[in-house]
Design a binder for this molecule. Structure first.
Ligand code: 13P
Ligand code: SF4
Length: 306
């Protein structure tokens, strides 16, 4: 049943010149039909470069918006309209504008997990895989980092020369991990490495053998010949277990589930291909151009040498 639907999806996307981009948190069934699987930065680059008429973005809204911002000539479909990232809405543009008025010499650095309206008033975006490099490449010393307090704290540690002011936003999924989870999992798997996403709280990240983006975690786990405790969304642990069934990839906490990333299924992808479902992303042109600036700056600074 799943294999037959996947075959139909592969046939349809070829006929209609449609590309499927999928964030690494999507289900394995979706990853298997995707033209590209990646973290937020890799998806942004693909959005700019991929040759097709339509993109179906399997992930959350800010990722589909990023594709539209970078490739306005393409039709961009988010398979399920309610798939949003709660962190993206934890600060409004007015607050940022007020901060900029009060601190005209500070750079506002926004995690890419933000709304398009918010990006439009920020100076540069970062993703978890590019944050350190981009922050190091910014000329200014004073930076307001929004909205993720945990990722911001991580960058503060890795880029100590910068004066980074943090916001109090967070990812509800990663913020729910506790030190007790680390103690329990270390006790159960004493030889395993601990790999975490920097959206986890600092008291978790400090115990990690590796901290990095979703794709970074997958790559690291595949390169080491050890069991790995996975400190990010459970889908990454499932994916690794599928690729390397002989190894253990226990998840750090059973609470590591992002409901928004889970909401899209293979049938939704199929309906987006046939036009029976999915939401087409439509952005006001002035807003799109304003939001494109910090994304272009992210790609420029992220592609430079540190
Ligand atoms: P990545 O940039 O690592 O893909 O992270 C996106 C995200 O939403 C993680 O929760
Ligand atoms: Fe947003 Fe957290 Fe879900 Fe990532 S895991 S999409 S940051 S809510």
């Amino acid at each position: 049943m799943i294999a037959a639907l996947q075959d139909t999806i592969r046939k349809l996307k070829k006929e209609k010149n449609i590309a499927i981009l999928a964030h690494s948190y999507q289900s394995t069934e979706i990853l298997e039909v995707a033209d590209l699987v990646g973290d937020s930065f890799q998806l942004s680059l693909a959005a700019r470069d991929i040759d097709c008429d339509t993109v179906i973005l399997c992930g959350v809204r800010f990722m589909a918006d990023t594709v539209k911002i970078l490739s306005p000539e393409k039709k961009v479909i988010l398979p399920v309209g309610i798939a949003t990232c709660p962190m993206a809405e934890q600060i409004g543009p007015q607050r940022v504008l007020r901060y900029k008025e009060e601190h005209p010499d500070h750079k506002v650095v926004a995690y890419i997990n933000t709304t398009t309206e918010l990006k439009a008033v920020c100076d540069v975006c970062v993703t978890s895989s590019t944050a350190k490099k981009i922050v190091d490449n910014i000329d200014e010393k004073d930076i307001l980092f929004i909205p993720d307090y945990n990722l911001g704290s991580y960058i503060k540690k890795t880029s100590p020369d910068k004066n980074i002011i943090l916001w109090n936003g967070m990812c509800p999924t990663h913020a729910a991990v506790t030190e007790r989870d680390v103690e329990e999992m270390r006790a159960r798997y004493p030889d395993a490495l601990l790999l975490v996403h920097p959206e986890c709280p600092p008291e978790i990240v400090k115990h990690a053998d590796y901290a990095g983006s979703t794709s970074g975690i997958v790559q690291y786990a595949l390169e080491v010949d050890r069991d790995c405790i996975i400190g990010t969304e459970i889908s990454i642990a499932n994916y690794l277990a599928m690729l390397k069934p002989e190894r253990n990839f226990p998840v750090l906490s059973k609470r590591l589930i992002c409901p928004n990333m889970r909401v899209t299924n293979l049938a939704d992808v199929y309906k987006s291909l046939t036009g029976e479902g999915g939401e087409e992303i439509v952005l006001d042109e002035a807003l799109r151009l304003a939001a494109k600036k910090p994304i272009d700056e992210m790609i420029r600074l992220g592609s430079m040498n540190a």
